[in-house]
Design a protein around this ligand. Structure first.
Ligand SMILES: NC(=O)c1ccc[n+]([C@@H]2O[C@H](COP(=O)([O-])OP(=O)(O)OC[C@H]3O[C@@H](n4cnc5c(N)ncnc54)[C@H](OP(=O)(O)O)[C@@H]3O)[C@@H](O)[C@H]2O)c1
Length: 256
């Protein structure tokens, strides 16, 4: 029987999502874990139940699919959600002109539309209860356009801007919203994006998860993980656009 609200983590089958789900379960929260990989999710749910004695529900869903999103939206709207971590997302390294249009649509749908609809599903309940938190996983890619990673960086700029507006709107109701901005992190992300040998200096999942919960405790609207990433993000935001583009291409997108 659930005595506290649910923690819902999308993209919980690997990387950061698995880290968030494990941390929340270790804090004693019942968790709902969402992704496409059913077997991995069920194994994780078993592990969380056995290790932490919490409830763990699996929802297998492709969040780029409208019907699956509708079902999850309906589920979340009816559930007492204490924290939603909108973490599912992916990027695609490569030039815009040769990008696969279907993959591009899937990327924008998952990174932006799913995150927006799931946030909208839980926000009214949180406001009514006067508390709760929504963590939207953005990126250091949110702070500048990135040639060779253009669609991804644009989706994460959207996540950052939406989250900041939500933070301002929901704060008076006692609801926290955080745009979490990891830099390169040791997950499956770069392999999924098309080149695992790029950006090899990476932070760990546990460092990013710690940054997230430290920032939530402070009520911050945005948190960049790692001091060097924070400096680079700030520099990119104030650099002349041509310089920012050149540096971004060299640092992040130039190796595909
Ligand atoms: N790692 C980095 O360097 C880095 C840096 C900045 C931001 N981020 C962001 O961090 C978040 C998590 O990524 P990660 O680094 O942990 O990468 P990851 O290990 O590749 O994990 C991505 C997660 O998203 C899920 N996912 C992908 N497509 C999905 C879909 N259509 N529907 C539902 N779930 C889907 C995957 O599960 P299934 O395949 O089972 O569906 C997986 O659980 C992403 O939003 C990413 O943009 C990562």
């Amino acid at each position: 029987m659930t005595t506290t609200g649910w923690a819902v983590v999308t993209g919980a089958s690997s990387g950061l999502g698995r880290g968030f789900a494990t941390k929340l379960a270790s804090d004693g929260m019942p968790v709902v874990i969402v992704a496409r990989s059913a077997g991995v999710l069920h194994d994780l749910a078993d592990e969380l139940r056995e290790t932490y004695g919490v409830e763990a529900e699996v929802i297998v869903a492709d969040l780029s699919d409208a019907t699956a999103r509708e079902a999850l939206v309906a589920d979340l709207a009816d559930r007492d959600v204490e924290i939603l971590v909108n973490n599912a997302g992916f990027g695609t390294l490569g030039d815009f002109v040769t990008a696969d249009p279907d993959r591009m649509t899937e990327e924008i749908t998952l990174n932006c539309l799913a995150l927006t609809q799931l946030s909208r599903a839980v926000a009214p309940g949180m406001v009514a209860r006067g508390g709760g938190a929504i963590v939207n996983v953005a990126s250091t890619a949110s702070f500048q356009p990135i040639p060779g990673f253009g669609v991804y960086a644009a989706t994460k700029a959207y996540v950052l801007r939406l989250s900041l507006a939500m933070w301002h709107e929901l704060r008076p109701s006692g609801v926290s919203v955080l745009a979490l901005c990891p830099g390169p992190t040791d997950t499956n992300f770069f392999a999924a994006a098309g080149n695992d040998s790029t950006m090899t200096k990476r932070r760990s999942v546990s460092q990013v998860v710690q940054t997230c919960f430290d920032a939530l405790a402070k009520g911050s609207p945005v948190a960049v993980d790692g001091a060097m990433n924070a400096v680079m993000a700030r520099a990119a935001a104030v650099s002349p656009v041509r310089l920012a583009l050149l540096l971004a291409k060299l640092i992040a997108g130039g190796q595909h």
